[in-house]
Design a protein around this ligand. Structure first.
Ligand SMILES: Cc1cc2nc3c(=O)[nH]c(=O)nc-3n(C[C@H](O)[C@H](O)[C@H](O)COP(=O)(O)O)c2cc1C
Ligand code: SF4
Length: 238
């Protein structure tokens, strides 16, 4: 808190609060190996795994960030505070943003799924590849290997010959790319809005498994049920 206030007084743009692994409590390395700061208690707190204690790994640094933020506000500083540490869902992030931090950051979840922000923004949270917090990635880092995620680094499709591999030749370096289905949806929606008659034809041809609601100037104009046989006209075309 003391440092936080000093930094705020000094005019930093924001404070990013997490916990770091320390050399002081690191495990004794094997003969010939370098000491690694994430092997002791501080390292565990920095990157808690799912095999955690009763508290679990999620949002473990948040109380620390919240306490520093409170101290800053009490001292009259509006410096934004960033928190991180096993933050992986929209609900969790939104809850933290209500009063504990001004910004949330995510390392492992972003490695597991670099598109998770976009997926959430598009309402496709069910497509997010959730980090499993077993620290496979950190284990690679510990052995000075290129960091990849176990959720996608062995997904090597032989039809993708251009995929870049890690130096061990066994793992892909980047996750498979993801294209939002919304691009296709927007294209269809444009066609839908061309006119009601045309819309009905497209709907009955292509959207047989969907429920469709057509909005005109923010009000529901038409709703189509799943069977694609009934259109309920809820307001007249204007
Ligand atoms: C592979 C890997 C390497 C990391 N290396 C560092 C590092 O060099 N220095 C550091 O302060 N934190 C490092 N971190 C910790 C992250 O910055 C972050 O504080 C931590 O992973 C908790 O956030 P998360 O739960 O969103 O992953 C590393 C994390 C990972 C997964
Ligand atoms: S390897 Fe992937 S799933 Fe496992 S902790 Fe790292 S980012 Fe998460």
């Amino acid at each position: 808190m003391w440092f936080g206030i000093k930094f705020a007084k000094g005019g930093v743009d924001y404070l990013s609060v997490s916990k770091g692994g320390r050399f002081e409590d690191a495990k004794q390395p094997k003969i010939g190996e370098a000491v690694y700061p994430y092997t002791g208690e501080s390292g565990y707190e920095c990157m808690p795994t799912v095999l955690s204690d009763a508290r679990g790994p999620f949002g473990r640094n948040v109380p620390l960030a919240a306490a520093i933020r409170r101290a800053l506000r009490d001292a009259g500083h509006a410096t934004p505070v960033v928190t991180s540490g096993s933050i992986t869902t929209f609900e969790q992030a939104e809850g933290i943003l209500e009063r504990e931090a001004d910004c949330v950051a995510a390392a492992r979840q972003s490695l597991a799924d670099p598109d998770w922000f976009r997926k959430i923004r598009l309402g496709l949270g069910h497509l997010v590849r959730r980090c499993e917090f077993t620290n496979y990635c950190e284990g690679l880092d510990q052995r000075h290997k290129q960091v990849t995620c176990k959720l996608w680094d062995r997904k090597l499709d032989p039809t993708e010959p251009t995929v870049r591999l890690a130096s061990d030749g066994k793992r892909r370096l980047l996750p498979p790319s993801w294209t939002p289905p919304s691009a296709d949806w927007r294209h269809r929606a444009r066609r839908l809005l061309v006119g009601s008659a045309c819309a009905l034809r497209i709907v009955s041809d292509q959207w047989r498994d969907c429920s469709v609601t057509l909005f005109v100037e923010g009000r529901v104009s038409m709703a189509l049920d799943r069977s694609a046989h009934h259109v309920h006209r809820l307001s007249r075309d204007r």
